[in-house]
Design a protein around this ligand. Sequence first.
Ligand code: SF4
Length: 295
Amino acid sequence: MPYPDWIVKEVRKNKTDLRGGASLKTADELAGHRLRTVCEEALCPNKGRCFSEGEATFLILGDICTRACSFCAVTKKTPLPPDPGEPVRAAELLKKWGLKYVVFTSPTRDDLPDGGASHFAKTVSEIKKLNPGLKTEPLIPDFNGLRSALETVLHSGPSVLGHNIETTAGLHEKVRAGADYKRSLELLARSKKIRPDIFTKSGIMLGLGETDAQIESTLEDLLAHGCDLLTIGQYLAPSKNHFPVKKYYTPEEFSDWGQKARKMGFKAALSGPLVRSSYQALSLYRAARLKVYGN
Ligand code: SF4
C-alpha cells in the first residue's frame, strides 16, 4: 500500500533534517560513546527531526532481540552479554547534551535470568548520579511477567515506567509472537501498585487491521490497569517481509483518537501519524504532571 501524502511529506522533511550538521553531530557523538539508538535500529521516521534537536532514544542491552514480532525491524538471533560500561557511557553523553528527559529501551532479552532488569536499573541510577534533575523513562519489555524484575527497575526511581501494549488483544497473536496482552496489562497494573508515584505509560500502533471498537476496548483495558500516559501512532511496515499495513489513518482520525483518550481518562495522550512511544516524551510527561500535581 503506498504511503499517503501526509506521511511522504514528513518522511521527506526528516530526510532533509538528517543531512543537517546537528543530526550528523548527534550520530557522531552516539558512535563516539558506543551507544545504539532505537531511532536507528527500528528505522524511526522521526530520526531526522529528533537527531537535529539533539534527542535520541537509547537502545541498551544490544541490538538483537530474542523474540520475533512481525512488525519490528530489530534483528532476531542470539544476543551478546550486557555491556557493563553502557550505563555510564549513556550518563556521560546525556551530561554532554544537557537534556532534561531521556527514554531508553532494549530488545527483549529472554536469555537473561532477569530479562535485563538490573541493567535497566543501573542505567537509571548512573544517569541520575551524573545528571541530577534529569527525568528517566525506561521503556521495558515484559520480563516474562517476573515481578522481581519489575521491582528492580521501579526501585531505581524512574520518573515514568513505559511498557507498550502495541496492538489490540485480537491482533496480539499475529503481531507479537511471544508476548501476551494480559501479561502486558498486568505489568502496568503491578507497576502502579508497587510505585503509585511513578507514571505508567503505554503505546499502541494503528493500521494493523484493528476495528474502532477494538481500539476503544484496548484503551479501556489500559486505563483499568492503571496506565497514565498514552501514545498512538501509525504502524509503518519496516519492509515487505514484515506484517503489512492494513490502513493509513488520517491526521484528523489521529487527532480524534487523542481527544477521545484524554476524555476517557488518560492523564496525557499524544496521537499522530508519526507519534512513537518516545516522541515528545518530555511534553507528555509535563502535561501529565500539570494535570495531576498542577506543576
Ligand atoms: S521518536 Fe523516539 S525513536 Fe523516533 S527518532 Fe525520535 S527519539 Fe528516536
